[in-house]
Design a protein. Structure first.
Length: 446
């Protein structure tokens, strides 16, 4: 008698933290004997790992869910799970809206998926959104890439930015121990991974909650210490980290990045607005002058470093003059990439309740104008690569051109080159850049 394998499908919305969580949950499901299904309609367990940072991402989840809830009415053995930030934010309200759901679980519960599913298979509808201490994770994630990997170093966030739902849905900061992080990286090195991105919602806060302080009262262990500690893991050729917060970004950290050959010259530091009054209303805890000093210091130590950022337009009360300061900051700082968004009111955040909201038309207009400046700046920044030889880590085949492979330089620019993926995947190659665009490059193997 042949037993048909149970099949699972995961759809991930949102940030790198969510992608890392999805990989861990996939690892747990495969441990339980499930097999991956590319087609959600052929899976008998469907998990949506959700994001609540924008309204649009939330609506998309509900439309996907609606389709599968309809299917479940015909196939009662289908298991439906909503994980991640929308799950944490909505909790039991999700069950009222979609009674076909079997499990609603917040991001802190990703490691507990097997226990929670066992309760579901015993016939229970389960909601797991209570705050817990995140257990050290021993499950091997099912990694989407064979070349680059995410490694969580700190979960949660203690900041209270007035627009942001993350602290409500991901809980308080919890740092993993340096030993656990290094052990995970050593295992990745053994498996042939070449690049690791250390992840945290606010990665510069790493170590604040670990025991021990120095004689001067500062924290015993910081992100800078962690970089020194993991910078020589065998097999790992490149290290990146994200996401940084300007309030905690130190010169000592910049110096470490300049000194450690495996740490890439690439920084992702959101500024959100170029106006001090808006930054204050956002409760960001720094000024645009301080932000500029950070970028200037990076450029002193690493003139060629690639810098990306995040910005929000149309925050409640933002005037045209204040918005223009954001445009000015982008034009003057020379970012390689800026992720932009129009402000979107999120549940249970202070700014959502303010009565000085801007119209959708104003927000759309400002977003379009900002994106234009971002693209122009990125085109100008790309020029420095023309004719240069860049070290590229080959990751994948170019989906649009089978004769090309794609990878990233140390500055994180997507780079295309002719080649065979079976031969080049995971290799560090020297590429002469022949063509530059705003956000990507093309070149030839040297």
């Amino acid at each position: 008698m042949t037993v048909t394998p149970r099949r699972y499908h995961i759809t991930t919305f949102g940030c790198q933290m969510n992608k890392a969580d999805s990989e861990r949950m996939a690892g747990i499901l495969e441990n339980m004997g499930f097999q991956w299904s590319e087609d959600p309609n052929e899976a008998n367990l469907i998990l949506y790992n959700t994001c609540s940072i924008r309204d649009s991402a939330e609506h998309k989840v509900y439309s996907y869910l609606g389709r599968q809830a309809g299917r479940k009415r015909l196939e009662p053995e289908l298991t439906l799970i909503v994980a991640g930030c929308v799950a944490q934010q909505e909790g039991e309200a999700l069950l009222r809206r979609v009674p076909e759901l079997d499990l609603v679980m917040g991001p802190q519960h990703a490691n507990r998926l097997q226990d929670l599913l066992e309760q579901v298979f015993d016939g229970n509808q389960v909601v797991a959104t209570d705050a817990i201490h995140i257990m050290e994770d021993i499950t091997k994630p099912r990694r989407d890439s064979k070349v680059t990997a995410w490694v969580n170093v700190i979960y949660g966030c203690n900041e209270r930015c007035t627009y942001c739902v993350v602290p409500n849905v991901r809980g308080v900061e919890q740092s993993r121990t340096p030993e656990a992080i290094r052990a995970e990286m050593e295992e990745l090195g053994r498996q042939g991974y070449k690049e690791v991105t250390l992840l945290g919602q606010n990665i510069d806060a790493y170590g604040r909650d670990l025991p021990g302080t120095k004689a001067d009262g500062s924290h015993q262990y910081t992100l800078t210490d962690l970089l020194y500690y993991v910078s020589d893991v065998p097999g790992i050729e490149r290290i990146r980290f994200a996401t940084s917060h300007p309030r905690y970004f130190t010169e000592r950290l910049i110096k470490a990045c300049a000194e450690l050959p495996r740490v890439c010259e690439h920084f992702h530091i959101p500024f959100q607005s170029g106006d001090n009054d808006i930054l204050k209303a956002m409760a960001r805890g720094y000024t645009q002058e301080k932000y500029r000093r950070i970028i200037d210091t990076i450029r002193e130590y690493m003139p060629d470093a690639s810098i990306s950022a995040d910005a929000i337009v149309g925050f409640p009360g933002e005037t045209e003059v204040q918005f223009e300061k954001t445009l000015q900051l982008v034009a003057e700082m020379g970012f390689d990439l800026v992720n932009t968004a129009a402000y979107s009111p999120r549940p249970a955040t202070p700014a959502a309740l303010w009565d000085n909201q801007l119209s959708e038309e104003v927000k759309a207009d400002r977003l379009q104008r900002l994106n234009y400046v971002v693209t122009q700046t990125a085109i100008a920044r790309s020029q420095r690569y023309l004719g240069r030889i860049e070290e590229v880590l080959v990751e994948e085949q170019n989906q649009k051109d089978a004769s090309q492979v794609m990878g990233r330089g140390r500055g994180n620019r997507l780079t295309f080159l002719p080649g065979d993926i079976t031969e080049l995947r995971g290799k560090l190659v020297q590429v002469k850049i022949t063509d530059v665009r705003a956000f990507s490059l093309t070149g030839d193997l040297v």
